[in-house]
Design a protein around this ligand. Structure first.
Ligand code: SF4
Ligand code: SF4
Length: 468
């Protein structure tokens, strides 16, 4: 079967970056307001995402935030599990599995994340853009307003829009801070005099301005120029990835619709509605492009046109390159299932490691250069150094116990067993064992770390005695 070629198969459209005009100036896009089935679904999804984003910082488990991302002090709480500075390996493992997740997820679902859940798209397309439509009207009116001379109407419209943008940016900056500091800390800081928290206040101001700049000016360029994930699409996706795509097998050759004329061309009537609604200003009919954030606006626009001219919807739809060529609707292939199984496994292992790790991390080594001591009371002593890290974000009282009833622990000095959150306790200890219990030069002994009745860790070490 002969494959149809993409209309712009020369790829010449890739020589030019849509967001920049030929004379090097910014191409400001005025996408038409999206409407349709997919947009409605995205609106409901956004409501869910925003609810989660704004409610999550208030949720607590055992008096602790459910989620805390304190990058400054390197303390994280993920669904109630505290990851402190001692858990670098766990953090590294999480990052590795997160990267693997991104690679596999993108290779299956393309930029599903960008279109539906990325905070940049959610806030830009569903909040800021909607405020703009509400105040300035649809794309045509926005263009006219921008060209119009500064009069009272323009000042009121632009002024109110940018004031609301600033207020929403301030809200987002506080939302971000509530994830970094926790809502309790944030509320305490808000209620205290500003001069006591000048650096933090400065941080809020800077973040507010960064968000304002991003949503009022940078916009689509955050996705097409700044975001590294967007730029990685070319290597992460293949011909089986599910993306928003134009079915050129069905649409080509495209031709304008003319009343009363027999139509032998493809289904695309060259109405350019898919281009008019695109927030990144591309023509999806040229094929998958780095700028496409999979926002689904072109699907709705094209379905609306297809409906109007009496053709089947879905000329632009979620599909894969191979599904278009093979004219198949099957998107869940064995490869997709395989990747999803690997993803589920990776996250299960990580989840299991997180919930089963111990609250402390204890090391116990024989003191360097020390020998056994043959005591007059019939026991042998070995000297050890120990370190106990509290990996939790609450205080504990660890207790070391020996798995040998006749053996005794004799701590040097009087250690303070109150171990604060993420704190560390270190010291030296003698282990004394009656000679009668030792029948070889090296004996393996086991110790436990307890917090009250809860056993936190099991340790093993070697005890040296005279040869018998
Ligand atoms: S091509 Fe379609 S899905 Fe991609 S960004 Fe433009 S409107 Fe959104
Ligand atoms: S909206 Fe549909 S019919 Fe119109 S130009 Fe785009 S692909 Fe063709």
């Amino acid at each position: 079967m002969k494959e149809k070629q993409l209309p712009n198969s020369s790829d010449s459209f890739r020589d030019q970056f849509n967001a920049v005009s030929e004379d090097g100036k910014r191409n400001w896009f005025y996408p038409q307001q999206p409407q349709g089935k997919w947009h409605d679904r995205r609106v409901w999804f956004t409501v869910g995402i925003l609810l989660i984003l704004f409610v999550l910082p208030f949720l607590k488990l055992n008096g602790q935030p459910l989620i805390l991302l304190n990058v400054v002090e390197r303390k994280f709480i993920i669904f109630g599990v505290f990851i402190g500075p001692q858990d670098y390996w766990l953090f590294g493992l999480s990052m590795l599995s997160f990267m693997l997740f991104i690679v596999l997820f993108t290779s299956i679902f393309g930029r599903l994340w960008c279109g539906w859940a990325c905070p940049q798209t959610v806030f830009m397309e569903m909040i800021f853009r909607k405020i703009e439509y509400a105040i300035e009207g649809d794309s045509g009116k926005q263009k006219l307003l921008n060209k119009a001379p500064w009069n009272s109407q323009k000042i009121v419209k632009k002024g109110s829009k940018y004031l609301i943008f600033l207020a929403v940016s301030f809200l987002i900056a506080n939302l971000l801070l509530s994830y970094v500091l926790g809502v309790d800390e944030l509320s305490r800081i808000i209620h205290e005099p500003i001069e006591d928290h000048l650096s933090l206040f400065g941080g809020i101001v800077i973040f507010t301005l960064v968000f304002y700049f991003n949503f009022a000016w940078l916009r689509d360029q955050a996705c097409t120029v700044v975001c590294p994930y967007g730029r990685l699409q070319g290597v992460l996706m293949d011909r089986n990835s599910i993306v928003v795509a134009y079915d050129y097998e069905r649409g080509e050759p495209r031709e304008k619709l003319r009343r009363g004329q027999d139509r032998s061309a493809g289904d695309c009537i060259s109405c350019y509605q898919c281009v008019s609604v695109c927030p990144t200003g591309i023509d999806i009919r040229n094929g998958t492009q780095m700028e496409c954030i999979n926002c689904t606006a072109c699907i709705d626009a094209c379905d609306h046109i297809m409906d109007k001219v009496g053709l089947k919807p879905g000329l632009i739809r979620y599909t894969s390159e191979n599904a278009i060529i093979q004219k198949s609707k099957r998107l869940i292939t064995p490869r997709v299932i395989g990747y999803m199984v690997i993803l589920a496994l990776v996250w299960s292992v990580l989840g299991y490691t997180l919930v089963t790790r111990s609250a402390t991390q204890t090391t116990l080594f024989r003191a360097p250069g020390s020998q056994y001591i043959d005591n007059a009371n019939g026991t042998i002593s070995n000297l050890y150094t120990y370190k106990i890290f509290n990996k939790t974000n609450h205080g504990i009282r660890p207790e070391i116990k020996l798995d040998m009833p006749e053996a005794r622990l004799q701590f040097v000095g009087q250690p303070d067993w109150t171990l604060p959150a993420t704190g560390m306790l270190e010291g030296t200890v003698f282990i004394n064992i009656p000679k009668t219990s030792l029948n070889k030069r090296k004996t393996k002994i086991r110790l436990y770390v307890y917090d009250g009745q809860e056993k936190l860790e099991t340790l093993e070490t070697t005890f040296m005695a005279p040869a018998r």
